[in-house]
Design a protein around this ligand. Structure first.
Ligand code: SF4
Ligand code: MG
Length: 327
């Protein structure tokens, strides 16, 4: 079966210019050789601290930034090979929702104008049918018909995120990248928006790539979870395996930081010391070795490969310890 999305050996390096000639003297290696797939109808989350490369990965998939190298196959077609205008047409199928919908909603347009504009760009619905479709869409996300001629500032943060979702849906996409889509909202509102996203997924057969710094948030919505650290994938697993038996020491630390109400799940908090190293000059070997409580000789010398671990589900880990315990 072909995955809906296949990211292959993606690198996103941003040049650092310097010297009198303004030459590229170095690179920020924001994403460094990342590969994964997302199947149709699936919700895959990418989790990690700020600077791990998760948003950069999302942006590269939509070609908001052109990748440094690698391939991004969507329905078998490599998006990296598309021209700007071909890619603009593809945005009908791939949409993104950001953390701060306010920043992406034009304050001088009413909600219906905002959705109308998205529909106009993609020409998915004839003009005469748009008003009806807009009303339906907004009602689907919980914005009443009487509110559709209001301006963004007249809505709460949660409502504005619903409007952002409706705009993404207005072109009938297949894949939506949600970049910290609920991170700015209060916890109770977060839950409502996550539930909405789940409902919409069923209703419109959507596929989500859900990007978040918070494992607690992605827990309810994900089928599979990718954990990134300093531009690399350190663990990928189905939700159950990841939460029941996190294998990578970094995943274990992230997980230990989530407050749990469930006694059997309560873990001793693992406090990571030190800062995340610079992505300009990442540590040799395992990039996590400068902070890993379990690091040993091999870790600073040799880079661990992402390898499958046997267990009840699907799980891949990049750690020498896991590899040696299998041998
Ligand atoms: Fe820690 Fe070594 Fe595993 Fe990296 S490879 S996570 S440093 S034990
Ligand atoms: Mg981000």
């Amino acid at each position: 079966d072909q995955a809906l999305l296949e990211v292959k050996e993606l690198k996103q390096y941003f040049p650092i210019k310097g010297g009198v000639f303004g030459r590229t003297v170095n690179h920020v290696k924001a994403v460094d050789d990342v590969s994964f797939t997302v199947n149709e109808g699936e919700t895959v989350s990418i989790v990690g601290e700020s600077g791990c490369g998760k948003s950069t990965t999302g942006r590269a998939i939509l070609r908001l930034d052109n990748p440094y190298s690698g391939n991004i196959y969507f329905q078998g077609e490599d998006l990296v090979s598309l021209s700007k205008s071909q890619m603009r047409k593809k945005r009908k199928d791939l949409q993104i929702i950001f953390q701060d919908p306010y920043a992406s909603l034009n304050p001088r347009q009413t909600v219906s104008q905002i959705l109308e504009e998205a529909m106009e760009i993609q020409k998915v619905i004839p003009k005469k049918d748009r008003r009806k479709k807009i009303t339906e869409l907004l009602e689907t996300v919980g914005i009443g018909a009487h509110q559709i001629d209001r301006y963004p500032h007249e809505f709460s943060g949660g409502q504005r995120q619903r409007i952002g979702i409706a705009r993404a849906l207005s072109v009938d996409p297949k894949l939506i990248v949600c970049d910290e889509a609920v991170s700015a909202l209060d916890v109770s509102i977060q839950a409502q928006v996550l539930n909405l996203l789940k409902d919409l997924q069923r209703k419109f057969k959507l596929t989500y790539l859900f990007i978040s710094h918070d494992l607690g948030v992605v827990r309810h919505i994900s089928d599979r979870i990718i954990v990134m650290y300093l531009g690399k994938i350190v663990e990928v697993a189905d939700k159950k395996s990841l939460f029941n038996q996190p294998r990578h020491p970094y995943t274990q630390a992230l997980l230990s930081a989530i407050p749990s109400t469930n006694i059997t799940e309560r873990r001793e908090r693992i406090i990571l010391t030190g800062d995340v190293p610079s992505p300009i000059d990442p540590p040799a070997g395992c990039r996590f070795h400068t902070r890993c409580p379990l690091a040993f000789d091999r870790c600073a010398k040799e880079e661990p490969k992402l390898m499958s671990v046997s267990g009840s589900g699907y799980q891949q880990v990049a750690c020498h310890l896991t590899e040696e315990s299998k041998a």
